[in-house]
Design a protein around this ligand. Structure first.
Ligand code: BEZ
Ligand code: FE
Length: 289
């Protein structure tokens, strides 16, 4: 009976409107969402002004969101929800590489690149030679695995944050495929730690909380192999100053890697490099599924 509702009766009334929902999971999610939202408003004694501020905030999150600027994803990230969902759904086997969040800088239209390619897109920086291997639970090499990789430049900026400078060109990202021995390798540039974007509505939350916006240096990977669970993960630089204060709570000790510094000389791909460079190697283990 949705008339003369009170603070004590409105929640059940709204929940009951989902009873006709045929999909049981949808019904469960909405009934619980209403319960938590209403409890939140009651417990905090939410004011009308505060509610309006929240609605205006969400509207502005929507307005700034584009195909390359995922402010809703960022909101979920800085509130720890993205990592929580990943942790809840982590059904990987014990020998599987840990997963972590996707982040807002993945771009579907990324270029494909053959093994050995320079994926820096001409962005200047210290050369980095990455060598990856993808294996199954028994260490067997997995060939034909599609591997997305993306990272920032040496100033901590992604290509999509420098559209004017790069004339909209994508750089420091590629979709690669493992060879018969499960290997993939590329040349790029050394990334850097960076602040999450704070020029949009999410920045207001970070500033209000006087939180650090910094993410430790990392490279992203998204592996897709037939018959295996997809893996979204990152590798972090050992000794990064922000490892234990990641603004989006995504850093994991198991994903800390050694970037090795080299003097000018022969790179792992046999090319001569006349400036200092770094190398990084990693084996990714996938779970069947
Ligand atoms: C990233 O790693 O690209 C990222 C993740 C969450 C928020 C901002 C950036
Ligand atoms: Fe990132």
């Amino acid at each position: 009976m949705s008339i003369d509702l009170t603070e004590d009766t409105i929640t059940k009334e709204v929940q009951s409107t989902f009873e006709g929902c045929h999909d049981a999971r949808t019904r469960e999610l909405f009934v619980d969402l209403v319960r938590h939202l209403h409890d939140f408003a009651r417990e905090t004694r939410l004011t009308g002004d505060e509610w309006f501020t929240a609605m205006d905030f969400l509207e502005r999150v929507g307005k700034i969101t584009t195909a390359t600027r995922h402010e809703y994803v960022l909101l979920s990230d800085i509130l720890g929800l993205s990592v929580l969902v990943d942790l809840i759904n982590d059904h990987h086997g014990p020998h599987t590489t840990d997963s972590t969040l996707l982040g807002p800088f993945y771009v579907e239209g990324r270029p494909t690149a053959p093994n050995g390619a320079d994926i820096s897109g001409g962005v200047p920086g210290m050369p980095l030679f990455f060598t990856g291997r993808v294996v199954g639970q028994d260490g067997e090499p997995l060939s034909g695995v599609k591997v997305d990789t993306w990272h920032s430049d040496g100033d901590g900026h992604y290509d999509v944050q420098q559209e004017e400078k790069l004339h909209g060109r994508l750089a420091m990202r590629a979709l690669m495929t493992t060879d018969d021995d499960g290997r993939f390798w590329y040349r790029s540039i050394v990334p850097r730690y960076y602040p999450v974007p704070t020029d949009g509505p999410c920045g207001e939350i970070i500033r209000a909380a006087e939180r650090s916006p910094m993410r430790p240096e990392h490279i992203h990977f998204w592996l897709h192999a037939d018959g295996f669970q997809p893996l979204i993960t990152m590798l972090f630089r050992r000794d990064d100053p922000y490892l234990d204060q990641d603004a989006v709570f995504a850093a994991k000790r198991s994903l800390v890697a050694d970037f090795v510094q080299h003097e000018p000389g022969t790179a792992p791909d046999g090319t001569q490099v006349d400036e200092p460079f770094q190398t990084l190697g990693w084996t990714f283990t996938l779970s069947p599924g």
